[in-house]
Design a protein around this ligand. Structure first.
Ligand SMILES: *[C@@H]1O[C@H](CO)[C@@H](O)[C@H](O)[C@H]1NC(C)=O
Ligand SMILES: *[C@@H]1O[C@H](CO)[C@@H](O)[C@H](O)[C@H]1NC(C)=O
Ligand SMILES: *[C@@H]1O[C@H](CO)[C@@H](O)[C@H](O)[C@H]1NC(C)=O
Ligand SMILES: *[C@@H]1O[C@H](CO)[C@@H](O)[C@H](O)[C@H]1NC(C)=O
Length: 391
């Protein structure tokens, strides 16, 4: 507080005509009046922070910011023990330089009920690139007979997976931990049985390896299929403002895969409070856990879009399933030419969020893979794949 201004104020009062003709106030009363005036002024200044620059000037020579500086800072939430532990571990992993491998590989992790209908296509995709990739298959219903040597004996131990439940996230984590056992695996790609590659192996390898970003889909959806699925049981560690949504199909750099394995705090919140039908909400753990987790612990480390294309334009419960006759070079060209990522909120406003797909600061095609393809599309895809791999 500026005492000089107060003296000025009192001085003004003293020279008011008539003031000096009054009987002099007794000293205690004078002090009480002064203290009351100061108190009222200070309270008013705090309750109604001056907006105009003139008011700011009168209240403080340092401007309005100075007045808000007097207020005690909003108390930061006190972190829980588990949260502090989690943050320390995560910061340590993120700040350590990534392990350099002489033979960096991409881990292709297939999450499927049983057979992989596009093995023949993947076989073509992998052919000639031995040593730069590894394959992991989580077949949750039954192990199938493989047609491609790249898939032979690549199954990991699996458990049943129920759509929407935490068992889906458990299967993703099981794939990650198996793939992490090979120190050469530097980037981890989650794929389903209905996913197909859109480019040659070299293109995808360069795209994923020459960046330090994980392609985890993440956006804020205030609607019923987004924040409407949030549960306050997730407090205090997960606040509603941090809750995010995103497609399940991710790619992840090694550090992030390690962090996912190290996490039990945020995982347990989704295991316990995000599932279909809980408290009248249909929370789908695999659509919220990783987007929310990365939004809290490393928002700048994820791209916020998924490199796996899917067509939701029919606005049904499930995305468009491509059939044999849909597979044309025009369709493939359309999908591979998209270089802007689009998210639409699920409330009535249907707000469209768009941002360019930036790869190391350059706008590039968003999608490396696509789904969902019916098994009958295999031959058409093989035909087109041969075309775009020779180009
Ligand atoms: C990625 O690398 C660039 C430079 O190579 C650096 O500026 C940026 O901070 C890195 N980002 C992350 C998330 O590590
Ligand atoms: C992803 O979104 C977060 C939060 O909105 C932002 O901080 C981050 O920079 C975004 N990632 C990239 C790569 O732009
Ligand atoms: C490709 O994109 C164009 C322009 O958006 C559209 O008119 C056409 O129907 C699309 N074709 C296919 C096969 O999706
Ligand atoms: C091969 O690709 C080119 C360019 O995308 C396209 O014009 C052509 O029709 C394709 N050929 C076949 C046989 O699909």
């Amino acid at each position: 507080m500026k005492t000089s201004q107060w003296r000025l104020g009192m001085g003004d009062m003293q020279i008011l005509p008539g003031a000096r003709h009054r009987p002099p106030l007794k000293r205690p009363l004078w002090i009480i009046v002064l203290v009351s005036l100061v108190s009222i002024f200070v309270i008013c200044a705090f309750l109604y922070p001056p907006q105009s620059s003139a008011a700011c000037y009168i209240f403080s020579s340092r401007g309005c910011k100075a007045i808000t500086d007097w207020l005690p800072p909003a108390p930061a939430r006190e972190y829980t023990d588990a949260e502090i532990a989690s943050r320390v571990v995560i910061r340590e992993i993120l700040s350590a330089p990534p392990i350099q491998s002489k033979n960096p590989k991409i881990a292709f992790m297939f999450l499927t009920p049983s057979a992989l209908p596009f093995e023949k296509l993947w076989d073509k995709f992998f052919h000639g690139h031995e040593g730069r990739f590894s394959v992991y298959v989580h077949a949750s219903k039954e192990k199938a007979i493989h047609l491609s040597r790249y898939f032979f004996n690549r199954e990991i131990r699996s458990d049943p997976v129920i759509w929407g439940k935490i068992s889906m996230v458990d299967a993703e984590r099981r794939l990650l931990v198996n793939a992490l056992q090979d120190p050469d695996n530097q980037h981890f790609v989650l794929l389903s049985e209905s996913c197909v590659p859109l480019y040659t192996f070299d293109y995808i390898y360069d795209y994923l390896m020459n960046t330090n970003i994980s392609y985890v889909d993440c956006f804020e959806d205030p609607g019923p299929h987004g924040n409407g699925r949030y549960s306050e049981h997730m407090l205090p560690e997960i606040e509603k403002k941090d809750f995010r949504k995103g497609a399940q199909w991710f790619t992840m750099k090694r550090q992030h895969a390690v962090i996912v394995m190290a996490d039990s705090l945020y995982y347990s919140k989704f295991r316990d409070y995000c599932r279909p039908g809980l408290d009248g909400r249909n929370c789908i753990a695999d659509e919220h856990y990783l987007p929310t987790f990365f939004n809290i612990i490393d928002p700048g480390g994820i791209a916020n879009w998924s490199v796996t294309h899917v067509d939701w334009s029919e606005r049904k419960w499930h995305p468009k399933l491509y059939k044999g006759q849909d597979i044309t070079s025009e369709l493939l060209k359309n999908i591979t030419s998209v270089d802007v990522s689009v998210h639409v909120t699920s409330d009535e406003k249907r707000v469209v969020q768009k941002w360019p797909c930036l790869w190391n600061g350059i706008q590039r095609p968003c999608y490396l893979f696509a789904r969902k393809f019916h098994p009958e599309t295999l031959n058409n895809l093989l035909h087109h794949f041969a075309n775009y791999t020779t180009n």
